[in-house]
Design a protein around this ligand. Structure first.
Ligand code: NDP
Ligand code: HSE
Length: 443
């Protein structure tokens, strides 16, 4: 059988990794796919630059700076979009779909923001949009959610799904590196997005959580409803106190089914240090999925980098090589659920979510302070799980003795905690704004 022909858009970390792994393992991959998979054209902004890193001794690949000519090339069956972003990538993907080409993409931003439009265009044209690499790099989490766990009502997913931020947090904790140095290392190693603020502000993780929520619960992709908080406001002090209390702070993507609706949120989260997922370090990712039948399942592996991501991209290429002749109505739906059976379950605003909380505040060390605070908590029906008072010290002005208090609450609605915080901050004995972090038991 003729090899299936692929046009590659972009030849950066993931594009070049895909090309290299496909070349290296082509014989084995062909035996699995039932036919060869060949990248024959690559579009890049600067072909001369790409030529220097392209290992193609037999000159079977043509490089071009004309991206449109690749998506319009009738000899190509699949377009692998490895550019990133939501502008040119969207235009080229939609054009390729119109031309009847199957798509493989690692671009979570594109799918989280424009997924509804892209999947609908693909459905109308009968082509596949495959995106295993878009979530958790080399971990086959999309396959697991869409196919392996299809019997289950998924209850929740909690994942370390951004390698860059997990790498930064690990380097800061274990090697004492400062934030900027750790970020620069993540960029040098090819983990970070072109705009690294997407990583450190939690946006990349929210793109991935959005895609997982859609597949887990059968709802449209709704990135604009996600709650997003990154690690830039995280204090090393809280990382230290969390450790003292037996917790570790991770940037988690959380999607959860509740009676009221779906929680879709990304934020730094305290998790018990003894949980497996709390011990996921460096650029590694881990995704904990809880299904009603299977219980808890945990998926672990490299979430970023050239070859781990290529592993997922090539798995999609193999799937398409095997499945593209199947009647489109008999393929696994893009979002796991039949497109006409997607639900309109609401995504809850953040103040409607339920969590337990870590609160840190600085107070004047005098009689009655703690009882004022506990009265506020009781008035709002928030119960305390643990309370820690650090040793007293004199304030900057040297007159008044102050102390740091850390409170851990039981589960409550976020809007109750917001009210607790504003009442506590109004006390004259409270000398700082309250630092609030959410907690997950994950048991
Ligand atoms: P890189 O920046 O390394 O590569 C992007 C490629 O696209 C480069 O060839 C770049 O050209 C080209 N490109 C960028 N912008 C444009 C543009 N406006 N017009 C034309 N070409 C452009 O990115 P990655 O390989 O890291 O990421 C690619 C995709 O894979 C992204 O969607 C990313 O989110 C996703 N991804 C990345 C992972 C990783 O570990 N890096 C893991 C999982 C997914 P030039 O070289 O000229 O800049
Ligand atoms: N920037 C992303 C990360 C790449 O650090 O996880 C993988 O999606």
């Amino acid at each position: 059988m003729e090899p299936i022909k692929v046009g590659l858009l972009g030849f950066g970390t993931v594009g070049s990794g895909t090309f290299n792994v496909l070349r290296r393992n082509q014989e084995e991959i062909g035996r699995r796919a039932g036919r060869g998979i060949e990248i024959t054209r690559i579009a890049v902004r600067n072909p001369a630059k790409a030529q220097k890193v392209l290992v193609d001794p037999l000159r079977t690949v043509t490089l071009t700076s004309d991206f449109t000519s690749v998506v319009n090339d009738p000899s190509l069956d699949i377009i692998a979009e490895m550019i990133g972003g939501t502008n040119i990538a969207r235009e080229l993907v939609l054009q390729a779909i119109q031309n009847g080409k199957h798509i493989v993409t690692a671009n979570k931003a594109l799918l989280a923001v424009h997924g509804t439009e892209i999947f609908e265009a693909a459905r109308a044209r009968g082509v596949i949009v495959a995106f295993e690499a878009a979530v958790a790099g080399g971990i086959p989490i999309i396959k697991a959610l869409r196919e392996g766990l299809t019997a289950n009502r998924i209850q929740y997913i909690a994942g370390i799904i951004n390698g860059t931020t997990n790498f930064i947090l690990s380097e800061m904790c274990e090697r004492g590196l400062d934030f900027a140095t750790a970020l620069a290392d993540a960029q040098r190693l090819g983990y970070a997005e072109a705009d690294p603020s997407f990583d450190i502000e939690g946006v990349d993780a929210a793109h991935k959580a959005t895609i997982m929520a859609a597949i887990a619960f059968g709802v449209p992709v709704q990135f604009d409803r996600a709650y997003v908080e990154g690690i830039t406001q995280l204090h090393t002090l809280d990382i230290r106190y969390a450790e003292e209390l037996g917790y570790r702070i991770k940037l988690l993507g959380i999607v959860r089914r509740t009676i009221q609706g779906i929680e879709l949120r990304v934020h730094p989260t305290l998790i018990p240090a003894k949980r497996l997922i709390a011990n996921v370090q460096g650029a590694m990712n881990a995704v904990l999925v809880y299904g009603d039948a299977v219980g808890a399942t945990l998926y672990y592996g490299k979430g970023a980098g050239a070859e781990p991501t290529a592993s997922a991209v090539i798995a999609d290429l193999v799937d398409i090589a095997r499945l593209h002749t199947v009647d489109p109505n008999n393929r696994v739906p893009h979002l796991a659920f039949q497109p006409d059976r997607l639900a309109s379950t609401p995504i809850l605003p953040i103040d409607e979510i339920t969590s337990s909380y870590y609160l840190r505040l600085r107070v004047v060390d005098q009689i009655g302070v703690l009882s004022d605070i506990t009265r506020i908590l009781a008035a709002l029906d928030v119960s305390i799980d643990a309370l820690l008072q650090k040793e007293s010290e004199f304030s900057d002005k040297g007159q008044i003795s102050e102390t740091i208090i850390i409170l851990i609450t039981h589960e409550t609605l976020e809007k109750n905690i917001n009210e607790v915080i504003s009442r506590i901050e109004a006390l004259s004995t409270v000398r700082s704004s309250v630092t609030r972090l959410r907690m997950e038991a994950l048991n």
